[in-house]
Write a protein that binds this ligand. Sequence first.
Ligand SMILES: C[S@@+](CC[C@H](N)C(=O)[O-])C[C@H]1O[C@@H](n2cnc3c(N)ncnc32)[C@H](O)[C@@H]1O
Length: 319
Amino acid sequence: MNFSPLRLLIARTSLEPLTPLLSDSYLDGIKHGDFRRWRERLAKLPAICPSNIELSHTVRLGTSTDCDSDTLSLLDEQLREFIPWRKGPFSVFGISINSEWRSNLKWNRLQDSIGSLKDRTVLDVGSSNGYFGFRMLEAGAKLVIGIDRHIPYVAQFWALKHFVPELPIFVIPAQLQQLPLPLEEFDNVFSMGVLYHSRLPYAHLSQLRQCLRPGGQLILETLYVDEEAGNGLMPVDNYARMPKIWFIPSISTLLSWLDHSGYVDIEVIDESVTTIEEQRSTGWMPFESLREALDLYDENKTIEGLPAPKRVIVTAYRR
Ligand SMILES: C[S@@+](CC[C@H](N)C(=O)[O-])C[C@H]1O[C@@H](n2cnc3c(N)ncnc32)[C@H](O)[C@@H]1O
């Protein structure tokens, strides 16, 4: 995980306060049991230079002719050590990483409604392995910084970044709560699939606002339920097999949270039902997926008897 280029990029800018999160002492202090193992795996990846890079719906780094077949089969094994790959798809020197989520479908739902990312400095909170960050670069962003608290997904990103060190995209292993706020610097902040993991949704929205420059744009995607304004769902136990889903708002509730949190020009740009075509088990995520999380006889319900997952995407601006 080489953060030197990012340290240089942010030196003497208003993002400089991020520097402690990029230091060796911070990374060495991360307690995740496997962090050391991931870093050792990253260090063993082969040096291959991609002959071409395409950041379109499959993020393609190189082609199968960029190295010999022995190197390619070793790389295939190495990338499988990073299973489960939840976000994607990627193609790495022709090795097709068919992830659990067809994340390109989510990007399709928002890309035409968020305005231009040209020359923007973007923060992606809960970036996972950086799939969306690569798409943001495709859309013209000049710098993408992702943060994610789940170390194995951050490690996946760095496995990809190993082959494209020059791209201005970085993922920091950190939680939103660790950022030195207020930063007030990002033109766009994405929070997709994160709000319902937060015990304190208002705090989450306030932290996102403090990352944005005045007038900056928030792109927020979350689960929702069909309920009246002021209502939502607080799962007592798991939701669609997921633990720690704290609060799923109705769309009206979400809009009022945003209004009360200092956002303006709030707009719903998409509502969708999550399907088993979009989220499913694959060779690169061989565990149970959405199909096993839904009621066998009623696809409108989770196996816990709760409303099946629906998602909304909202844009809003910092006042
Ligand atoms: C459901 S995934 C969504 C990933 C991606 N943004 C997407 O839309 O597909 C949620 C991700 O957010 C991360 N996450 C949850 N809470 C976070 C927080 N407070 N700070 C940083 N990352 C967080 C999780 O580790 C996980 O990778």
